[in-house]
Design a protein around this ligand. Structure first.
Ligand code: FEO
Length: 396
């Protein structure tokens, strides 16, 4: 845990979790993560903005002691998930006169998860403010920047947006501010893909509100603080847009080599047609890399052998995950090899309930991929190239 000054009277109290490798028992963390709480000292009142993961709550206490804080008037909770709200019970116990400021939905979730006393809450609505004396906090209700109760807090006088999960990065760093755009872009995109992509439509609405604020600093609750907010705002504008790239993502599994041969052939055929291809062997792939590749890709081709009656379980997982993440992919197809039958195509199609891409004719082969199969893969490559031309990704 470390205290760092964002600006005068505004401190980052970040629990750096360099060694954590999995979040929500789901998301790989190759760069660790951080849980950033912030302390804002006004001339009359002091506010703590979010807390930290409960595994780091003693670090939070030590930092508050280091800062000489003996009173916290308000604890602002932007999001009820445990990595930000999990130390709230301890903070409320240590500072018995402090009140929790949040919205109605967040209060409901906090009470269910943390068993808190209703009397400690002050509820706020969209654009309401609270004064700390010489500093004013404004609350922006922004549902679905992870959960339905999320909100943002804006320090008006200093033009700092405390965005909690939004604009975060799972990246543990000893630097408070982003130092190097190149090294942060990929972790920020990975975080967007894994956590924010399903909420692209909600984020669009919030970005309009955020654009009206006037922001000098974005202080999220994971990863670096941005004193050049345009970097992360521009990246988000691109990621949440409807524009896709001339890319095909191929999550695949092969048991005895036939599906692998099909993937190799299709990859070559697409490259020859001027299309970028990203194949992922799902038996060894970091799912964060797959998620990131889905942010921009125009097309996904799922490649699987048939196991008993349907797709390989790793492909079921990849398809389920891709559907949950809700990328803006426009076209999809299925290829693979089977032994004697099964319902692979029907099962995979039925899993694409959110993404609803245009489905291109699948290519399935019994056993080894022979001449007819190769023709089918070439036909699929032609069809993908044609679709990419129709939406302007490839020249006619
Ligand atoms: Fe960082 Fe949704 O918690």
């Amino acid at each position: 845990m470390v205290v760092r000054t964002v600006i005068q009277d505004c401190y980052s109290i970040a629990a750096l979790d360099f060694d954590r490798r999995l979040f929500d028992s789901l998301i790989p963390l190759p760069e660790g993560t951080s849980y950033n709480a912030y302390l804002v000292k006004g001339s009359q009142k002091t506010a703590l903005i979010d807390t930290v993961d409960p595994t780091k709550e003693l670090d939070l206490v030590c930092d508050l002691v280091r800062l000489g804080i003996d009173t916290i008037d308000y604890v602002i909770i932007n999001h009820a998930e445990q990595d930000h709200a999990g130390s709230l019970p301890m903070v409320l116990e240590l500072f018995p006169s402090s009140r929790v400021i949040t919205n109605e939905k967040c209060k409901e979730i906090l009470i269910h998860h943390l068993d808190l006393d209703e009397d400690r809450f002050i509820l706020v609505k969209d654009r309401e403010t609270i004064s700390l004396g010489n500093k004013t906090l404004e609350f922006i209700i922004a549902p679905w920047v992870h959960w339905p109760e999320t909100m943002l807090t804006y320090l008006k006088e200093d033009r700092i947006l405390f965005s909690c999960d939004l604009f975060g990065t799972h990246y543990a760093s000893s630097d408070l501010f982003m130092k190097d755009e190149k090294s942060i872009f990929i972790p920020a995109k990975r975080y967007y893909a894994e956590i924010m992509m399903p909420f692209r439509a909600s984020i669009r609405g919030h970005m309009e509100k955020i654009g009206e604020l006037g922001i000098d600093i974005i202080a999220p609750s994971h990863g670096p603080v941005y004193n050049n907010p345009a970097f992360i705002l521009n990246a988000y504008h691109e990621w949440i847009s409807d524009s896709v790239k001339n890319e095909v993502v191929i999550p695949y599994v092969s048991m005895h080599g036939s599906t692998r041969k099909m993937v190799d052939h299709l990859t070559r055929a697409l490259i020859e047609r001027g299309i970028s291809v990203k194949p992922f062997d799902m038996t060894v792939t970091d799912t964060g890399n797959l998620a990131m590749s889905l942010v921009d890709a125009a097309t996904v081709v799922i490649a699987t052998p048939t196991v008993l009656f349907g797709p390989h379980p790793q492909i079921v997982y990849a398809t389920y995950l891709a559907n949950l993440l809700h990328p803006k992919v426009k076209f999809a197809s299925i290829i693979g090899s089977y032994g004697w039958g099964g319902k692979t195509i029907d099962m995979l199609k039925s899993m694409m309930t959110h993404i609803k891409p245009e489905l291109l004719e699948p290519v399935l082969v019994r056993g080894l991929p022979g001449e007819e199969c190769i023709k089918g893969l070439d036909r699929l490559a032609d069809e993908i190239a044609q679709k990419h031309k129709e939406i302007g990704l490839l020249p006619e």
